[in-house]
Design a protein around this ligand. Structure first.
Ligand SMILES: [Zn+2]
Length: 200
């Protein structure tokens, strides 16, 4: 693609997406050049910019939102005493699909992973500490995945908060070892939520 610089530039951009290799990236780029109308391209570009500039992390829970504060934090019908702690916004969506949970969330936007140089300060734990101090939180349900980093994060949170007067439990039953919560079907997730267990 030496002669078509804009095309290889676009392909390089697609290659930054996780799971997209060189071949696929090149196919996407050709697809846009060959099949997209000018209006399509403009819409695509606008959608990208909108996602980048209009979506932020909720200052309270950390989940992605296009509002000042996310819908879940603003929902006064929700139980302010319970927080489910998850890795990212996709996990919130997965749990919301069960329609059973009426508390709020705290989104870590990552997991502790010493091998990758990610410690507690690199993820959204400080604000969780602040919430536990400032809000009337009585229960934390840790719903990180059963991967080494998910487990490390759960143990760290338990150590950090166990003497702060909150009940800490972990969802678990029926969840696949090493699996991500976002891929678990709703029924399994529901069972896992109902079978939460206290961490020792
Ligand atoms: Zn929020």
């Amino acid at each position: 693609m030496k002669d078509l610089k804009p095309l290889s530039h676009l392909a390089n951009c697609f290659e930054k997406l996780s799971g997209v290799g060189k071949k696929t990236a090149s196919r996407y780029a050709f697809n846009i050049v060959e099949k997209f109308s000018e209006a399509d391209v403009e819409e695509f570009a606008r959608a990208l910019l909108d996602c980048k500039y209009k979506i932020k992390n909720c200052p309270s829970c950390g989940m992605l939102t296009d509002k000042e504060t996310c819908d879940i934090c603003r929902d006064e019908e929700r139980d302010p005493n319970v927080l489910i702690v998850v890795r990212d916004t996709k996990d919130v969506y997965a749990i919301e699909k069960t329609h059973r949970y009426r508390g709020r969330y705290h989104v870590l936007n990552g997991l502790i992973s010493p091998l990758d140089g990610i410690g507690p300060d690199e993820i959204n734990i400080n604000s969780l500490e602040k919430r536990i101090k400032d809000e009337d939180i009585k229960e934390l349900i840790i719903a990180t995945s059963f991967t080494p980093s998910g487990e490390t994060t759960a143990l760290y949170l338990n150590r950090l908060f166990k003497d702060r007067g909150v009940t800490i439990s972990r969802i678990g039953y029926g969840l696949p070892a090493g699996g991500d919560i976002e891929y678990v079907d709703e029924l399994t997730l529901l069972k896992a939520l109902e079978a939460k267990q206290k961490i020792d």
